[in-house]
Design a protein around this ligand. Structure first.
Ligand code: AMP
Length: 283
């Protein structure tokens, strides 16, 4: 596996690969890699000649500086795991290389970023949009891979690609989970064994909501029960919402839609976790 730690050497190498007709897959990550990340990389390895995984903790997408400072960094073990998965290139730019000056540009994703994560993490999607734009410009990939776990992120990046005419195919890869259903996340490392058990209530809430929706139980009743479930498991629920999976607008009359997304966020032991599930709604 090759490693590039600065933009220009990565670009020189990628230029050569493209001149040999090789297709390139980009997997953007912030490191602290787990099986969820590896499933994105495996998807890219199948579809492209060359897979580049970036590891960059994007300071400007954190609305709380302590979250950025506490973000887990395991570069050595990430790199050795990437080797094992068969990743071709790891790109590990420095903060100074990516942001030689504090960026003045911000991206307003309008209604797409108003609710859910956007509501609770002001500025987050502008930071995500900027770093993804930079990575797309640097790598110029044929395909880029993102996880469904960050559904709103996928929605804003899809619009970014459309609105700025990036010539890239986007792939949304299903969420990988532990045996209890908990979505894999770099943040899970900060949970105790008890916290990991409590956190699985987020997934169980989504399953419960799906079953109740399919039985046409009233949305308010479902929400109330989810609030109870979370409270009993000491999970501090931040939101539970049912939204249109493309526009992310809140839905009150689900009969109008074929598919809805259930989105949930909450704190366990002070760690903020998110999850979602797409539900096909049969009338
Ligand atoms: P992160 O390093 O947390 O920024 O995540 C990098 C990419 O991995 C994002 O596109 C995430 O949506 C994706 N990802 C994170 N967790 C999972 C998971 N459990 N299953 C699949 N993809 C994931």
């Amino acid at each position: 596996m090759l490693r590039f730690s600065d933009i220009s050497s990565a670009q020189d190498h990628l230029k050569k690969q493209r001149s040999h007709g090789k297709t390139i897959g980009l997997v953007p990550t912030m490191g602290a890699l787990h099986d969820g990340h590896y499933s994105l990389i495996r998807a890219s390895l199948k579809e492209n000649d060359v897979t580049l995984t970036s590891i960059f903790v994007n300071r400007i997408q954190f609305n709380k500086s302590e979250d950025f400072e506490n973000y887990p960094v395991n570069l050595e073990s990430d790199i050795s795991n990437l080797e094992k998965v068969g990743n071709d290139i790891v790109f590990t730019p420095s903060q100074d290389d990516m942001y030689p000056e504090e960026p003045v540009l911000s991206i307003n994703f309008g209604r797409l970023a108003h609710g859910l994560e956007g509501e609770f993490r002001p500025g987050h999607f502008s930071g995500v949009g900027l770093v993804v734009s930079k990575l797309l410009n640097i790598v110029n990939p044929d395909r880029a891979y993102f996880g469904q776990k960050d559904l709103q992120q996928f929605a804003v990046i899809s619009r970014l690609v459309k609105d700025l005419s990036y010539n890239v195919e986007l792939r949304c890869i299903p969420t990988l989970r532990t045996s209890t259903g908990l979505a894999l996340s770099s943040r899970n490392r900060r949970l105790s064994t008890k916290g990991l058990q409590q956190a699985s209530i987020l997934y169980k809430s989504l399953i419960y909501a799906k079953e109740q929706l399919q039985k046409k139980v009233d949305f308010l009743d479902i929400t109330r029960e989810i609030q109870n479930l979370c409270y009993e498991s000491s999970v501090d629920l931040e939101y539970f919402e049912i939204v249109n999976p493309i526009t992310l607008e809140s839905i009150s009359e689900i009969e109008v839609y074929d598919e809805v997304a259930l989105c949930i966020a909450g704190y366990v032991e002070g760690v903020r976790l998110i999850d979602n599930m797409i539900v096909s709604y049969e009338y």
